[in-house]
Design a protein. Structure first.
Length: 136
């Protein structure tokens, strides 16, 4: 980087290392684990309530689903990946066009059993989430 003082670069590297070292102290999420569930609904921000409502309705229908609401998005906490590894199906619910967070979590190639429910310009409804889970 041109015209960047070595001290500034060292300080940025130090802060990055400090942040990663202490990531557990500022990682926040809600994990509603249902025993026997093979499907995980993963959501964040504005889609969280619809995801919780969809999970509640799916459970009333006899489907076993767990819910992970990510509150700390970046840097991506390892615990999210550890939780997701426990499930055959992971449905990432997010308000954007192409599943940006899903791609960051699982890569552009994805992972078998990972899908997304995306929306832009309108809120994703619990019914859309339920349809996405039922059509998997």
């Amino acid at each position: 980087m041109q015209n960047l003082a070595p001290e500034a670069l060292e300080n940025s590297a130090r802060l990055q290392e400090k942040m990663l070292k202490n990531l557990d102290t500022f990682t926040y999420y809600d994990y509603d684990k249902q025993e026997g569930a093979e499907t995980l609904l993963l959501s964040m921000d504005v889609s969280s309530q619809a995801t919780r409502e969809a999970a509640e309705e799916l459970r009333k229908q006899g489907k076993k689903v767990s819910v992970l609401i990510a509150k700390t998005l970046f840097p991506i906490p390892q615990v999210y990946l550890e939780i997701a590894e426990k499930y055959k199906k992971v449905v990432v619910v997010e308000e954007n066009f192409d599943g940006q967070y899903r791609k960051l979590l699982f890569g552009y190639a994805g992972r078998k059993g990972v899908s997304g429910i995306n929306g832009i310009g309108k809120m994703i409804s619990p019914n859309e989430i339920m349809e996405g889970v039922n059509n998997e």
